[in-house]
Design a protein. Structure first.
Length: 341
């Protein structure tokens, strides 16, 4: 008999985003944008001192663009970045008021985008700036991404001086150690790294899959290892690990890996699994605590959990996206939270 049941639902914060979008026209309405902006200072008189400076591109890859801006007068409670994706669909990316840069993922190679950054106070638009960017071309001749990744980093040493030295000084103290391979199978690679100076808010692992498509794997800032699944046997991959603070790439380390060869003994690997059942008795002491929601935005959810007993090698988060497609997010065993973007 069913004795008891508890459930929970998550609704992303679309109400707040909808309220903001009532104030913020979409990129297709650029002429109206400019008209409304001339009217905005009238309604935003108390916030007239909050001003956005030039929005500029600091980094470009085939599937992402990093944007930076400054505030001569402020502050803003939050920002909203609007643009249209490769299919012409409007996208709105909420940004924390303390940020001065943002990375826009999921773009298409060799495509022109126009980005509109709005500064908000109390949910109302106060200032607006725009810029255009063309994503890098996808070089399919080489599976990894060194050529695309090195070019965006060239201007980065020039960019920090444009921002205040007070923000750059602590960020410079975050340094990544060596990225190394801890285990390899025909279809996966486990990577480990250290943080010589830090900490970092989060990490991003970038690589190209067997089809040459760029992949980006978000990793929690407390993690020091990650397992990359879904690889192809006997193939060379180059992995780039970025350390992020305040949404900005601070440091990078890279490594090359060749996945293992498929072995004919693989089918026999099923037999040890059945034999391993008796030895799994001590693993029963590893118990997960409650999975709960710690923060929600219109396009992401942050989850947290605890481990009541024992330890886990790793975790796997499974869900279905808005199109009903199954998604699998590998998580390091030392993590206790993850952001699903």
């Amino acid at each position: 008999k069913k004795i008891n049941r508890i459930s929970t639902d998550i609704v992303t914060a679309d109400r707040e985003a909808a309220a903001v979008q009532e104030e913020l026209p979409l990129p297709s309405e650029e002429p109206q944008d400019e008209k409304r902006q001339t009217e905005a200072p009238l309604s935003a008189a108390p916030s007239a001192q909050a001003v956005l400076k030039e929005l500029r591109v600091s980094s470009i890859t085939p599937d992402s663009v990093e944007l930076q801006w400054s505030i001569p007068g402020g502050p803003f409670s939050s920002f909203m970045l609007q643009y249209r994706d490769a299919h012409g669909q409007p996208q709105a990316l909420p940004i924390d008021g303390g940020s001065r840069s943002v990375t826009v993922p999921g773009l298409s190679p060799s495509r022109r985008y126009r980005f509109h950054l709005y500064g908000l106070q109390s949910g109302k638009r106060v200032s607006h700036t725009s810029t255009e960017a063309v994503t890098a071309s996808a070089n399919l001749d080489e599976p990894p991404m060194p050529s695309e990744e090195l070019r965006p980093e060239d201007p980065q040493p020039k960019d920090p001086p444009a921002e205040s030295a007070s923000t750059d000084t602590p960020l410079a103290q975050a340094v990544l150690g060596e990225l190394r391979v801890s285990s390899v199978t025909p279809d996966s690679v486990q990577l480990q790294w250290s943080v010589l100076e830090g900490p970092f808010d989060s990490f991003t692992l970038q690589y190209r899959d067997a089809q040459g498509q760029p992949q980006a794997l978000p990793i929690d800032g407390e993690s020091r290892s990650v397992t990359v699944p879904g690889l192809s046997p006997s193939r060379r991959y180059r992995f780039h690990l970025y350390g992020l603070r305040g949404g900005k790439k601070i440091d990078r380390v890279s490594t090359d890996v060749i996945t293992g060869e498929p072995q004919p003994e693989d089918p026999k690997a099923k037999d040890p699994q059945t034999e391993a059942t008796p030895s799994e008795a001590p693993l029963g002491r590893a118990v997960l605590g409650e999975l709960r929601v710690s923060s929600v935005t219109p396009d992401s959810v942050q989850l947290q959990w605890s481990v009541l007993e024992g330890s886990f090698d790793s975790f796997t988060l499974q869900y279905r996206d808005a199109q009903g497609q199954p998604q699998v997010l590998p998580i390091d065993g030392g993590s206790r939270s993850v952001t699903v973007p």
